[in-house]
Design a protein around this ligand. Structure first.
Ligand SMILES: Cc1cc2nc3c(=O)[nH]c(=O)nc-3n(C[C@H](O)[C@H](O)[C@H](O)COP(=O)(O)OP(=O)(O)OC[C@H]3O[C@@H](n4cnc5c(N)ncnc54)[C@H](O)[C@@H]3O)c2cc1C
Length: 468
């Protein structure tokens, strides 16, 4: 098992280098790891996996009911939903199939619902159902006044995005993938004899085949290899996380009827027991602009107040923003370049979490088409991820676990009920956190309503003790 974050990179030539350890790159690395013959590197600029767009999204496992039929995205989201739902159950990634309601607020939106139901059928999703206003308000009693009806999409689910990426990466590393963190690829070149040369701040890395899963930066890397297929325009989505006391206000994911401008603002429960409001959709120039703005939050509150008026009276736990890798194209930009032994995985805009496992299988198929001789595949040893979801028993709720190891009964973070045992396990895990934020994503310590005000010092002490 190799995870490096400093020092020189290995001098040997990898069979495949995957650039970018977001949910997509980690899924690709995991899929490749099923082939024991391959020597694989997963190369990430930051100090942890899942630190790009994959850490800041709306955390919905989509059915793909509203995708554009016939596109690659539609197929991979549909397949990805099935694959990830099964994988999550196997690994303990929290998923709740709460279902979605597309709420119509005027006659025009109401008239659009049957068309959306037909579109869902064309996407092989025949399970939607039209609801009248009465049934809608029975299902969602706190919905604002004036809704005329809804389309029920029962399969839409909420999921933990951090655990998903971490599960893929953990399984990949345990199966022999070398994960190189703090390794930004600054330059790419290739010659027929030596393959790809990846120039990084930690030296040069060589690989026969290359996968570009660099998210917001996939266009720049693509240009390094002479392609001009797409330009990423970061589309910011700001979100507000409401306190757990708001959770009883909403049972489903409440979606607006989509317009030409996008999917719009939703209200959704999270697997951690909070309520999300967002996201905005703002096209920007700056790929680092992950800050929240007063205007963005005001817009969310205005729209949220219509959907669920009582939500505005609830405490806000946190705000965050993520950047979608939008391009000038309507579909994913996943292409094989056989002459260069190279696959681009770009433009994975707003559905990449859901589609990740299907994208990975598709990409490995494309790599084979570029000449990669992957050899036979095996089943990977399963991983069991920490239980972060409120709908499943957490360690502090399991007397048998506490009897066997009292550390699971000693709470450190009381807002999120995180025990010493969970923090200890995360710090000793296959891919340990390198920062307190990394620890938070793995355990939820400091993610609750006090945001670390009470537990911060104790969490930091455990973190620093483990690192010395
Ligand atoms: C607001 C919002 C809401 C969303 N909601 C959902 C949702 O509900 N459901 C869903 O399925 N999807 C959703 N998405 C989309 C989903 O989050 C993305 O499609 C997915 O995270 C993309 O993953 P990725 O691995 O391609 O990109 P990233 O997570 O950005 O990973 C790319 C990685 O590449 C690294 N990198 C970049 N350049 C280099 C380099 N030169 N060298 C080395 N490493 C490099 C980056 O550091 C980064 O870690 C949403 C997105 C946003 C922004």
């Amino acid at each position: 098992m190799t995870v490096t974050a400093q020092g020189p990179l290995p001098g040997h030539t990898y069979d495949v280098a995957v650039v970018g350890a977001g949910v997509v790159g980690c899924a690709v690395a995991r899929e490749l790891a099923r082939h024991p013959r391959l020597r694989i590197a997963l190369v990430e600029a930051q100090d942890d996996v899942g630190q790009g767009t994959s850490k800041a999204n709306t955390a919905i496992l989509h059915t793909g009911f509203d995708a554009t039929p016939g596109t690659l995205e539609a197929r991979l989201v549909r397949e990805g939903h099935q694959r990830l739902a099964a994988y999550a159950a196997e690994c303990g990634i929290p998923v709740e199939e709460v279902g979605a309601l597309l709420v119509a607020w005027d006659e025009e939106q109401l008239a659009a619902l049957p068309r959306l139901a037909e579109k869902a059928e064309r996407n092989d999703y025949p399970h939607t159902r039209l609801l009248g206003a009465e049934e809608l308000y029975t299902r969602e009693p706190h919905l604002g006044p004036g809704a005329l009806g809804a389309l029920h999409v029962p399969g839409e689910s909420i999921i933990c995005p951090w655990t998903t990426t971490l599960a893929y990466a953990t399984q990949a590393v345990r199966a022999g993938v070398d994960l190189h963190l703090n390794t930004r690829v600054e330059q790419l070149s290739r010659d027929a004899a030596r393959g790809h040369l990846l120039t990084t701040a930690r030296g040069t890395l060589r690989a026969r085949h290359l996968v570009n899963a660099a998210g917001l930066h996939a266009d720049s890397l693509d240009r390094e290899l002479g392609h001009d297929d797409f330009t990423v325009t970061p589309r910011r989505g700001q979100l507000i996380v409401h306190d757990k006391l708001a959770r009883p206000l909403v049972r489903h994911i409440l979606l607006p009827v989509p317009t030409a401008l996008g999917k719009g603002v939703l209200v959704a429960p999270t697997v951690y027991g909070n309520v999300l409001l967002g996201p905005t959709a703002e096209d920007l120039d700056d790929k680092r602009a992950t800050g929240s703005t007063a205007e963005g939050l005001a817009l969310l509150r205005e729209q949220g107040g219509r959907i669920l008026p009582a939500l505005l009276r609830e405490e806000v736990t946190a705000v965050y923003a993520g950047l979608r890798a939008a391009t000038e194209h309507e579909d994913y930009r996943i292409h094989a370049h056989p002459g260069q032994a190279y696959v681009t995985v770009g433009g994975i805009r707003s559905t990449g979490l859901t589609a990740s496992l299907a994208i990975a299988a598709h990409v490995v198929g494309l790599l084979t088409g570029t000449g990669l001789d992957a050899g036979p595949a095996r089943d990977l040893d399963p991983v069991r991820m920490p239980s972060l979801g409120e709908a499943f028993p957490r360690p502090h709720q399991r007397p048998e676990l506490i009897a066997a190891d009292p550390e699971y009964g000693t709470l450190v973070c009381h807002c999120e009920r995180v025990s010493r045992g969970e923090i200890r396990d995360a710090l000793a895990s296959t891919i340990p956190p390198r920062t307190l934020d990394g620890l938070r994503r793995r355990t939820r310590a400091r993610a609750g309503r006090c945001q670390g005000f009470y537990c911060g010092a104790a969490v930091r002490q455990l973190f620093e003790e483990a690192r010395t």
